[in-house]
Design a protein around this ligand. Structure first.
Ligand SMILES: [Zn+2]
Ligand SMILES: [Zn+2]
Length: 287
């Protein structure tokens, strides 16, 4: 964020392996050798911090995050386990996502308690937990621009076709990685009450225009919580040391099917080996 020729700030640090692309994009806008004044994290999920280590090694700048997000950025705590039972394409994929936390303790600083964003005049941060305990969204009152992180997103991730086509729609935070749905709903209601004109989110293309505030208000009033899953009726609980408790896993029919399939394959392999040994023995006796 920032105009060419003025100090600028990087918001979130993308997927792993994107440091060179982020640097090249920054240099195209701010000039060769451009370096931000700081990096601000909406939260610490791997798709928002994947290139953080490489960028900080190059830039050596402070990283700002909410104090409730610190345990996942310092390696003190892992996020709650993903919930692949919540349904949809993205939940299926979540079985393969990493759940490491990233140790960026050296450069980390807490966001100022007064809601101001360092090096971003005119911007303020709002605590929008639910997707993660220390999730924040960034707001510029002057032109009603919102950077919502993953508090809500503008692309459906449940269906492969919507994800591939990037069809624009207001969507709850990525479902398998959201362990507190009451907080997630309240956060979206809080953002809707700001009446944004433009919203950029962690997934999907930015939305802008006079209808956005009305549509976001309707979305917040009818916030679509998934019908089933591990965290729907009971949240993961956390404090500033990290995760304190998580509800037990929900039944996972696909995991059972995969386990059953693997079990049947082992039994079939065993039976085949036995049958081969028997026929070898029979062959030897007939020789
Ligand atoms: Zn996220
Ligand atoms: Zn994300």
């Amino acid at each position: 964020m920032g105009e060419p020729g003025a100090p600028w700030v990087l918001v979130d640090a993308g997927m792993p392996g994107f440091a060179a692309k982020i640097r090249a994009t920054a240099e195209a806008r701010y000039g060769v050798g451009a370096r931000p004044a700081a990096i601000v994290l909406t939260h610490g999920h791997f798709d928002h911090t994947g290139s953080l280590a490489d960028l900080v090694r190059e830039w050596d700048v402070p990283i700002y995050a909410h104090h409730l997000e610190m345990p996942y950025l310092t390696g003190a705590s892992l996020y709650p386990p993903m919930d692949p039972t919540v349904g949809g394409f993205f939940a299926f994929l979540s079985r393969f996502f990493p759940c490491d936390s990233y140790d960026s303790a050296d450069c980390l600083q807490e966001l100022p308690a007064d809601g101001a964003l360092p090096h971003m005049p005119g911007w303020e941060w709002h605590h929008t937990p639910g997707h993660t305990p220390g999730h924040v969204s960034l707001w510029r009152r002057g032109d009603r621009t919102l950077i919502a992180g993953d508090a809500f997103i503008t692309v459906g991730l449940s269906k492969l076709t919507d994800t591939v086509t990037q069809k624009q729609e207001l969507t709850p935070p990525p479902t398998p990685a959201t362990p507190d749905w009451d907080s997630a709903r309240r956060s979206v209601q809080r953002l809707a009450s700001l009446h944004p004109f433009t919203a950029a989110t962690g997934h999907g293309r930015p939305m802008s225009g006079p209808n956005l505030a009305r549509d976001l208000q309707a979305f917040a009033e009818n916030f679509p919580v998934p019908s089933h899953g591990r965290y729907i009726h009971e949240p993961a609980r956390a404090d500033d040391t990290g995760i304190l408790s998580v509800p037990p896993p929900a039944p996972d029919p696909l995991a059972k099917q995969l386990a059953l399939g693997a079990g049947l394959a082992v039994v079939a392999g065993f039976a085949l080996t036995l049958a081969r040994r028997r026929s070898d023995r029979k062959g030897n006796m007939e020789e």
